[in-house]
Design a binder for this molecule. Structure first.
Ligand SMILES: NC(=O)c1ccc[n+]([C@@H]2O[C@H](COP(=O)([O-])OP(=O)(O)OC[C@H]3O[C@@H](n4cnc5c(N)ncnc54)[C@H](O)[C@@H]3O)[C@@H](O)[C@H]2O)c1
Length: 357
C-alpha cells in the first residue's frame, strides 16, 4: 500500500512498501551509475533494506558522511565532487539521498550543482526529513557556522517516505521532530492543532500525521515555490532557532534542529502574543504543549547578543531589519514582521523563566 502525490514534476510516494516504486523509477531513468549518499546511522539501519527491495540498484557507489549538522559543509561538497569525478559520474548518473534532513539538504545541493545538475531521489529516514526536509526543493549547506547560507531550489525527481525507517530513530530525536508537527498546526491548521492538543503524541503509528504534514507543506509550497510570499509562514520559529543552531556550531556544541526549533517556537509565540495581543492564557497553553516534549534544562544559556547577531545574518533579513513570521492566532500567520531587538531579548527571557527554572 502506498499513496502518490505530486509537487510539480516531483513524485512523492508514501507508505510502508512505497520503495517497490523505486524499482520502476530506476528502470525508467536507467542511470549510468547510482550513487548513494548516507550517514553512519542511515547506513546501519536502512541500507540493507533498501538494497534488498530494490535489486535494480546494481553496484551502487557510496559516499558516507559521519552524522549531524557539521557534515552539511562546503568541505564535504568538495570531497564528494572529487569523488564523483573520480568515479566517472556523468549527467545520466543518479544520486539517492538516504538519511535525515542533513543528507537530503546536502545531497540535494550536491546533485543540483554537479555538472549543472543531475537527478536525485530522496529517501528520508528521520521524522524531520519525512515531514519536512526531503520535500519542497530547498537544498543547501552551511557556510562554516552560518546555517543554510549556500543553496538553491531544486526538486528531487521523487521522494519515498517509508514509515518503517523511522522505527529506529531515538526517542529524543523523534520528540524533537514533534516541534515541526506542532508548527504546522500553529501556522496553518487549527483543526490539526486541536487534534494534537487533545491527544497524546507518542512514538506509535505516525503514518496519518506524517501524511497530513506532507499535504500541508505541499499545499503551501505549490502556491509559492520560491519563498517570496506564503511559503514564508513555514519559517515560524525558525528565525530564532537558526540563530541558536549557528551559535551552537560556533561554540562547537551540538543541538538538534528539532530542539532548537522548540525554543524558537516558544520565543516566537511569545513575540506573537506581544505583537498581536492574543491572551497570556493562550500563550501559556501553547507553550505548555510544546514544552511537554522537551527537557529544556539541557539547553545552554541563551545569550541574547550572539543570537541577535546571527538573526541579522539570517537569509531572510535585510540590512537594518530582521524578518519574523508570527501568528495572529492558532492557524493564522503573518509574514515579514520586523521585531525590535529589545523584544527579542524579552522573548528569550520569557523562555528562560517559563521553561528553564
Ligand atoms: N530543506 C528543508 O526544507 C529543511 C526542512 C527542515 C529541516 N531541514 C534540515 O534538516 C536537518 C535536520 O534534520 P534531521 O533532524 O533529520 O537531522 P539529521 O539528518 O542530522 O538526523 C538526525 C539523527 O538521526 C540519525 N538517523 C538518520 N536516520 C536514522 C534511522 N533510520 N535510525 C536511527 N538514526 C537515524 C542521523 O544519523 C542523525 O544522527 C537540519 O540540517 C535542517 O536545517 C531542512
Amino acid at each position: 500500500m502506498f499513496t502518490k502525490i505530486k509537487l510539480f514534476d516531483s513524485d512523492i510516494y508514501m507508505g510502508s512498501d512505497c520503495l517497490s516504486q523505486l524499482r520502476n523509477v530506476i528502470k525508467k531513468l536507467n542511470p549510468s551509475r547510482v550513487f548513494i549518499i548516507l550517514d553512519r546511522n542511515s547506513k546501519r539501519y536502512c541500507l540493507n533494506h533498501l538494497v534488498s527491495v530494490c535489486k535494480e540498484i546494481k553496484q551502487p557507489y557510496y559516499f558516507e558522511l559521519k552524522q549531524g549538522e557539521n557534515e552539511k559543509s562546503l568541505e564535504n561538497c568538495q570531497k564528494i565532487f572529487n569523488y564523483l569525478i573520480k568515479q566517472n559520474a556523468d549527467r545520466k548518473s543518479l544520486i539517492i539521498n538516504l538519511g535525515g534532513g542533513v543528507i537530503s539538504d546536502f545531497g540535494g545541493f550536491v546533485s543540483s550543482v554537479f555538472k549543472r545538475g543531475i537527478k536525485f531521489v530522496n529517501i528520508p529516514t528521520t521524522l524531520m526529513a519525512q515531514i519536512d526536509a526531503s520535500i519542497g526543493g530547498k537544498v543547501g549547506v552551511n557556510l562554516n557556522i552560518h546555517k543554510n547560507q549556500i543553496g538553491c531550489f531544486n526538486l528531487p525527481h521523487s521522494v519515498f517516505i517509508n514509515y518503517e525507517f523511522i522505527k529506529t530513530i531515538s526517542f529524543d530525536n523523534l520528540n524533537a521532530s514533534f516541534s515541526e508537527i506542532l508548527k504546522y498546526g500553529l501556522i496553518y491548521d487549527q483543526k490539526l492543532w486541536q487534534e494534537l492538543d487533545s491527544t497524546l503524541l507518542t512514538c506509535g503509528d505516525l503514518s496519518d500525521l506524517i501524511e497530513k504534514c506532507v499535504r500541508i507543506k505541499l499545499e503551501i509550497v505549490k502556491n509559492d515555490y520560491y519563498d517570496n510570499n506564503v511559503r514564508r509562514i513555514l519559517n515560524f520559529g525558525h528565525t530564532i532557532s537558526h540563530a541558536i543552531e549557528s551559535m551552537y556550531l560556533y561554540k562547537g556544541l551540538i543541538i538538534s534542529h528539532g530542539d532548537a526549533l522548540a525554543v524558537g517556537l516558544i520565543c516566537e509565540t511569545y513575540l506573537s502574543h506581544v505583537e498581536f495581543g492574543f491572551s497570556r492564557q493562550k500563550l501559556n497553553h501553547i507553550v505548555d504543549k510544546i514544552s511537554s516534549f522537551f527537557n529544556f534544562k539541557k539547553i545552554e544559556t541563551l545569550d541574547h547578543k550572539p543570537i541577535i547577531k546571527f538573526i541579522k545574518n539570517d537569509k531572510k533579513s535585510s540590512i537594518g531589519s530582521n524578518n519574523f513570521t508570527l501568528i495572529k492566532n492558532i492557524g493564522s500567520s503573518v509574514i515579514n514582521c520586523n521585531v525590535p531587538n529589545a523584544k527579542i531579548v524579552d522573548a528569550l527571557n520569557y523562555f528562560k523563566e517559563k521553561c528553564q527554572v
